[in-house]
Design a binder for this molecule. Sequence first.
Ligand SMILES: Nc1nc2c(c(=O)[nH]1)N[C@H]1C(S)=C(S)[C@@H](COP(=O)(O)O)O[C@H]1N2
Ligand SMILES: [Mo]
Length: 416
Amino acid sequence: MEDDELEGEFILGWPDRKRLTQMTSADAEGRVVYARSPILEQEGLITPTNAFFINAQVQMPEPVYPEDWSFEISGEVDRPFSLTLEELKKMPARTVRAVTECAGNDGDYFAFLEGKSNTKPELARGNEDFHDFVQKYKNANATLEEAQARPSGTNLCSGGEWTGTPLRAILERAGFRKDTAVSVRMVGFDIGTPNAMKLYRAAGSMDADVAQPGAIPFDKALPMDKALDDDTIVAWAHNGDALLHVHGAPARVIVPGWAGNWWVKWLDKIEVADHMVPCYHQTEYFVLGKSYDDPDKTMCMELGCKSIITWPRDLHSPIKTGEHLVRGFAWSGMGAIERVEVSLDGGDTWTDAHVEYSPDKWLWKRWSFLWNIEKPGKYSIMARAYDEAGRMQPVTEANYLRKHFDGIVPSEVTVE
Ligand SMILES: Nc1nc2c(c(=O)[nH]1)N[C@H]1C(S)=C(S)[C@@H](COP(=O)(O)O)O[C@H]1N2
Ligand SMILES: [Mo]
């Protein structure tokens, strides 16, 4: 154990190394409303629940107790119905292990890689003033200047195991109309007013004519194909335990491969529609495009193909000559990662890294590369991933809302 691990904690009465915990921000009553995951310290593939990131677009709703909860399905169906949690659990369940990545995770690296920002975002560690940092980040009354100077969103990504009922089984039980069904509108019971600052910031002007829908529930209209995917489930369990309120209890949707915003929490109702319902968080926010006025904006759907280096990063410099294990995670929005390559010379030459076997196509994989450094100096280390759909990192072009970042961020490391 390294020294800082020996500071440790008492676990079950025994001194032990420190465990992973989130970086949290709480409301005035001390209730956690936002958290980031300590990705650099995570050992295995499943993020422990008390290290999982937490995000909500509008606001955390008051909890609804499982016994008082039911959800309904209606719209383009022959047999609308509503189900309690107990009834939902009686349907055949399925367990899916997948990465949840917020669409905005690592977004500020776009500006860094384009040379538009000199500050290199670092995958934030447990900074002391994390709460203040988040206040600044989420402030709806910020000036445009303040909003544009905000710190970046990193570490909004975790791996989890989810158990629930396939959405397909719920749709079939309701007799959805195959000929007319186009999307499945999933609605949460959280209601709030979207922060217009996010759009002004992206448009680069407070004069932009941005949508201001007022108080709305968080909703998403999932295209039919993805709604019918076997791995799209309505989950009530997370990492072996009942879903926590912050993660959407009593039940939330899991849409593997697609960014976190599709994973509607606090599910209230499902409406099958004969068109793509123009949900705010689908037409105004969570879109890909060149600018706010881009007529070809498209809604964000599956994630790109991505690897990150967890060691060494800039902050680990200086390191010593000798044998080191370069390591990280890799994941894709279109299935399993098949290969990761590493470059130790800033991208001139690439060598295969070792990708550890794991059976879950939607979960990230661990990769590593044994690096024997003979000479001191400055090194630029890069990694790039390939997925089973044949895609190579990076996939996603820079876009004005900075969503779905999957670029290659070099680690600049000094060796002594
Ligand atoms: N009902 C509801 N579901 C929601 C949201 C929300 O604001 N309301 N936020 C989404 C976003 S943007 C993300 S990244 C994920 C975060 O899930 P987690 O908090 O369980 O990590 O939830 C999604 N589901
Ligand atoms: Mo998100």
